[in-house]
Design a protein. Structure first.
Length: 137
């Protein structure tokens, strides 16, 4: 699984977005250290607060199947109907913290702008002065 393949799985996952309120469609693809990929989309709700982001959908799918070690994440977000180039969309603060529970700070995150284009950051860059399980050891 290379970066381009993971980026394209995120783009494909975005097609499943259920976002009738924001009309902002997000897809994520989370690569586990065992080579499996867990994808997710954002899932909104009429009561708004129960909505879930694409990144946490992917993360929680993995953890609920016993997978807790990850090596890379790809995320793509754009308004419904928008085609490439997609805007750079970073994980929200809640997702950054949720990822920090299971991922190392040097894990690459691809902010996908197209089938063969992305900006690459690390979780640590997105979550400076983090608080996580390492602080409670
Ligand atoms: N959203 C995500 O799924 N991931 C992000 O990284 C940013 C925001 C979703 C939440 C909501 O369904 C919509 O995008 C607009 O905020």
């Amino acid at each position: 699984m290379d970066k381009k393949e993971l980026a394209n799985l995120a783009i494909k996952a975005r097609q499943m977005s259920y976002s009738p309120y924001s009309h902002f469609q997000v897809g994520a693809a989370l690569l586990a250290k065992d080579g499996r990929v867990f994808t997710g989309c954002n899932i909104e709700n009429a009561a708004y607060t129960p909505s879930n982001c694409a990144e946490r959908t992917a993360l929680f799918k993995a953890v609920s199947e016993g997978v807790r070690e990850f090596s890379m994440l790809a995320v793509v977000g754009a308004a419904a109907g928008q085609s490439e180039p997609f805007p750079v969309t970073g994980p929200c603060g809640v997702c950054r913290q949720a990822l920090n529970e299971f991922c190392e700070l040097d894990m690459p995150i691809l902010l996908v702008t197209g089938a063969d284009s992305w900006e690459e950051v690390t979780l640590g860059q997105l979550l400076p002065y983090d608080f996580g399980p390492r602080d409670l050891k």
